[in-house]
Design a binder for this molecule. Sequence first.
Ligand code: C2E
Ligand code: CA
Ligand code: CA
Ligand code: CA
Length: 275
Amino acid sequence: AKERGGSTTVEFDESMRDTFRFRDELEKELREAIRARQFLLNFQPIVEAADPNVIVGFEALVRWQHPQRGLVHPADFIPAAESCGLILYLGDWVLEEACAAIARLNACGGRGADRYVSVNVAAHQFLSASFSARVGELIMRKGIDPANLRLEVTEGVAITDAKRTREVLEQIRAWGVKTSLDDFGTGYSSLSYLQQLPFDTLKIDKSFVADLDDKRSQQIVRTIVELARSLDLSVVAEGVEDAMQGELLAALGCDYLQGYHYGRPLAESEAFARL
Ligand code: C2E
Ligand code: CA
Ligand code: CA
Ligand code: CA
């Protein structure tokens, strides 16, 4: 612990105390928000690289409709929800709500019947004891086709516990649900664990897409696509903001594209109406 006395130390202490107070406050508000049902899901289209008019699915993205602060984005509350454990409740709400949305999507008939919804799952939630059973239960209870549910996890899960990650992936696969490795290229991924973990899709992180003018980023994308091919994984590039990026990513071999250029995250009815 630091000595009280020097002015820098006092400043440091006070800003730390503010941080903690803020965290405390945020945690209290998050609990209340879960109870008061202040969360909602937005849906962003994922399109075929070969024909971006074809929407193959949607990524579900959570938002917090805060009574005073308005629409709060996940970067401003997911980390806090993760560190205080509330992510388990929030994540479970997201999963259930996404399954209910899939039922509605599929009931639209026509093209809605074979489109999927992809759900972000935090490491802590994914590795929790009841996770795969809960996925199976929700599929049954909502009466949805498991092929229309996808789950996205980041490299963080495998780093936390590779053996357990593999078990859960296999249980999920047995339900018929596909999985994506999200934000690929940003973590500590070693290629050896990728080979051992039965993912279906790699999502190339948007930082590489934003940087495509740089020949090195293009080379990284090309390498990721080759790796994915050799492991029989499909590739989604995310964060595509203009037509040029999309065309380049398609030429580099990406199978699917996602980003503001093809559609922003939208409320459910608006998103599904775009089919
Ligand atoms: P992510 O999973 O990588 O999701 C993609 C993020 O990129 C979303 O931010 C999306 O709105 C944004 N995005 C989409 N297209 C573009 C584009 O063309 N350009 C740029 N710059 N950004 C684009 P969002 O919705 O703010 O979510 C941020 C992160 O919060 C997500 O990153 C994910 O890690 C986390 N998150 C969101 N929803 C959930 C959830 O339900 N559960 C959990 N555990 N995490 C979530
Ligand atoms: Ca994601
Ligand atoms: Ca991502
Ligand atoms: Ca991300």
